[in-house]
Design a protein around this ligand. Structure first.
Ligand SMILES: [Zn+2]
Length: 302
């Protein structure tokens, strides 16, 4: 099963990243102007199409494709999907446009951070023609048809080019990676603070902006519908702050990326009461440590 109905017009599409359920989600807002929010990795685009088919939306019906930021688990499949969606316009933050039009540098930096093997598992994003992209600044309203509108807001922190979406008057918020990651099997929240541009101050400011809209449910890409919104916002801030402090202390002692990641991995494993973690959770932890170390280096330099 690729699609699950989560509210009257919204479906959660599981992209089955690396063949695993519950890792990378996308959302489809059905109606007169269907919108696909996030796309998954390039390597899993067929699973997104399978999800659309289950919901009964033809790719040619899709009106908007909204990659919430350019990271490959969100935008990787966008270029490939757009070929099947001739009537869709891409809605993305203005700072992401250059990467969507020409993903060469993005792919280079992904390969540098994750290595060849992982990068090829993710798949290479295809370029998107500039005329198919509508750039969002700080805020934008989107008409989804049938009386439903969405407010898109800039939510930097996880990445400078991130946007989140609120379905007006419904209390439903599509958070993107403005909140932490909770895998269904893990339950413990993992901060998502990746390189090259994680910024804790911006992350906290974005959380405040999102909280002010008093959502009743969060549609989280990693992973699923979350109704305990306060818990989510509180934990995102607390755990992120905690990890920044821990990484700061450990790197001051001269510990390496691998050593720090191992300490945090052990902590999470213990807290969850597990013996071991799935490989993609370990990759996420290491990526987050890397992003924090990068942030600390940059902020020392300034
Ligand atoms: Zn993500």
């Amino acid at each position: 099963m690729f699609a699950r109905k989560v509210s009257e017009r919204v479906y959660l599409l599981d992209t089955y990243a690396f063949g695993s359920a519950g890792v990378v989600g996308a959302y489809l807002i059905k109606g007169p102007k269907p919108a696909l929010v996030d796309c998954g990795y390039a390597s899993s685009y067929k699973n997104v199409l399978a999800g659309l088919a289950e919901v009964g939306v033809m790719p040619t019906d899709v009106k908007y494709v909204v990659p919430t930021h350019v990271h490959l688990d969100h935008a990787g499949a966008a270029g490939r999907l757009l070929k099947e969606m001739p009537n869709a316009q891409v809605i993305a933050h203005e700072r992401s446009v250059k990467h969507l039009v020409d993903p060469t540098r993005l792919l280079e930096s992904v390969t540098q951070v994750f290595g060849e093997a992982l990068a090829s598992l993710y798949g290479a994003p295809e370029p998107i023609p500039a005329e198919r992209i509508t750039a969002v600044g700080e805020e934008m309203s989107l008409d989804l048809g049938g009386g439903l509108t969405a407010t898109i807001i800039h939510t930097p922190g996880h990445a400078p080019h991130q946007i989140s979406m609120i379905l007006d008057g419904t209390g439903t918020m599509l958070t993107a990676d403005a909140v932490g990651v909770v895998y269904p099997w893990l339950k413990v929240m993992l901060p998502t603070t990746p390189p090259p541009s994680f910024n804790p101050t911006e992350m906290i400011a974005s959380l405040r902006t999102l909280r002010q809209t008093t959502p009743v449910e969060l549609l989280v890409p990693h992973f699923g519908v979350q109704e305990d919104t306060e818990w989510y916002f509180d934990n995102t801030e607390e755990r992120m702050t905690d990890w920044v402090e821990k990484v700061r202390k450990m790197s001051k002692k001269g510990m390496t990326l691998d050593a720090i990641s191992e300490v945090l991995e052990k902590e999470v494993t213990l807290e969850a009461g597990l013996q071991d973690l799935e490989i993609y959770a370990k990759v996420l932890i290491k990526t987050s440590v890397m992003g924090i170390m990068r942030y600390l280096e940059k902020s020392q330099g300034s």
